[in-house]
Design a protein around this ligand. Structure first.
Ligand code: NAD
Length: 431
């Protein structure tokens, strides 16, 4: 995934148009121009062989106008301050868009976690909390899972926070194991939310699941649950990829057995599909990750990392619609190119907001001590996300703008009014 300019400046290049369209005051532009804080720490970890390694970690808090900031923690070799800041910026927009009382933040550690033992990973996760303990909190900034961090990692992080605080404060972190105050439905919430957005849009456009073929880039937590639920709803998943390779079967793939097998082998390439009832009928081809992006499918789902589609490969995209589950998978210039070529994009801030909505529900449950059933959580997720998605689609259609522009307008309007409620130049010095 090539990157030629700063991710943050690429992401922010979309904002001038939004500010102009909304006619926001300068105070709003200035406040949203850069992150409020980027905290950096060197995190020492004792390795199993007795040596000491030091990992760089960050916590970026972009804006807290709507409430305490919310955002995941990523463990990846390519994490840096620019990426964390950009992801925190998208969190601001996402929380505003789906009307949550949260600002945006993000964390990360520059590490390839697959090279660590379980004990080293636990020490690193606890070290992250020791490093940033003073700047996070249930009313200040609430971490959650992201790439390569799962509920076990969230559990270690929560536990370390409790140890330092000398009390249980489960609302400090979301995406925890159920036994530690985690919420029903959180693990699959991002994939479920993406499907809800797709279904809401498909209903408008009269598109039927059984007539829709789908290729999914990124068969991780979000991509897997999306693919599993989409198949249950009648969609045909014809291709899947992960960081090791990609597979393709025109007659359709069964995500569940593939996931279970992948979890055993930790590698998609070289899979044997005989657990699936589909396998007997399907011809499974091994293709490259780039070939998956160029497949002639109705829907391309991007659920891996940012910058999956750039000006280098955008010309090869043949799908009519893109569902962005990853954050920032399409660069701003590639986005423009796709718009000119009439490719519809269901944007990240909307399509992947299911995770943060259920994190919000987890946070409420932790604060009230009242724990809800999975059925109730899924109902609340659907109600909140579909309501906001419909508002966004209505606005896009009324203004004849892309769904991304409509989503940004919906979000920035709310954030701008939260900033303005504290007073602006116009309020203090206007006529
Ligand atoms: P994950 O680590 O579980 O999965 C990421 C997957 O992408 C892995 O299977 C990995 O092998 C694959 N991948 C990496 N590089 C690839 C490449 N070049 N080609 C194909 N596949 C590749 O992470 P996740 O939690 O599923 O997150 C995926 C994306 O969704 C990220 O952008 C994340 O920020 C976003 N997201 C996740 C959540 C959540 O709740 N998990 C919420 C909102 C957004």
């Amino acid at each position: 995934m090539s990157q030629t300019k700063s991710l943050l400046s690429d992401a922010q290049s979309r904002m001038a148009d939004i500010f102009d369209r909304l006619g926001v005051e300068d105070d709003v532009r200035r406040q949203l121009e850069q992150p409020k804080c980027i905290h950096q720490a060197a995190i020492p970890v004792r390795m199993d062989d007795g040596s000491l390694r030091v990992f760089m970690g960050w916590r970026a808090q972009y804006d807290q106008s709507l409430g305490p900031s919310k955002g995941g923690v990523r463990f990846h070799a390519n994490v840096d301050a620019d990426e964390v800041a950009t992801l925190s910026f998208w969190m601001v927009l996402k929380c505003g868009l789906v009307n949550l009382p949260f600002g945006g933040a993000k964390g990360g550690v520059q590490v390839d976690p697959k090279t660590l033992s379980r004990m080293e990973l636990e020490r690193l996760s606890r070290g992250y909390i020791r490093a940033f303990y003073d700047v996070i909190g249930p009313d200040r900034d609430i971490p959650a899972p992201d790439v390569n961090t799962n509920e076990t990692v969230m559990g270690w992080m929560a536990d370390e926070y409790f140890e330092i605080a000398r009390k249980k404060i489960p609302a400090i972190i979301t995406g925890k194991p159920r036994e530690m105050g985690g919420s029903a439905g959180r693990v699959e919430a991002t994939g479920r939310g993406a499907l809800l957005v797709l279904e809401a849009w498909s209903r408008r456009k009269g598109k039927r699941p059984e007539e829709t073929t789908i290729a999914v880039q990124g068969f991780g937590n979000a991509g897997y649950h999306f693919a599993r639920l989409a198949k249950q709803s009648g969609y045909r998943i014809v291709a899947l990829s992960d960081s090791k390779g990609a597979i393709h079967a025109r007659s359709g793939l069964a995500p569940e057995p593939i996931w279970h097998h992948k979890n055993k082998t930790r590698e998609l390439k070289g899979m044997v599909y005989c657990e699936s009832s589909l396998c007997a009928e399907s011809e499974v081809d091994h293709i490259s990750q780039e070939e998956l992006l160029a497949l002639d499918v109705d829907l391309l789902v991007l659920a891996a990392l940012e910058n999956a589609i750039t000006m280098d490969n955008v010309g090869q995209v043949r799908a009519g619609t893109i569902l962005e589950i990853a954050n920032g998978p399409v660069t701003a210039d590639a986005d423009q190119y796709l718009a000119e070529n009439k490719v519809t994009i269901l944007p990240d801030v909307l399509a992947n907001a299911g995770g943060v909505i259920v994190s919000y529900l987890e946070w409420i449950q932790n604060r009230t001590g009242d724990y809800w059933s999975e059925g109730y959580i899924n109902e609340r997720l659907a109600e909140q996300l579909v309501t906001q998605a419909e508002l966004c689609f209505d606005r896009a259609e009324a203004m004849q703008v892309s769904y991304r522009v409509a989503a940004y307008l919906q979000s920035v309007e709310r954030i701008a009014s939260a900033i303005a409620s504290r007073g602006t130049q116009h309020y203090f010095c206007g006529d």
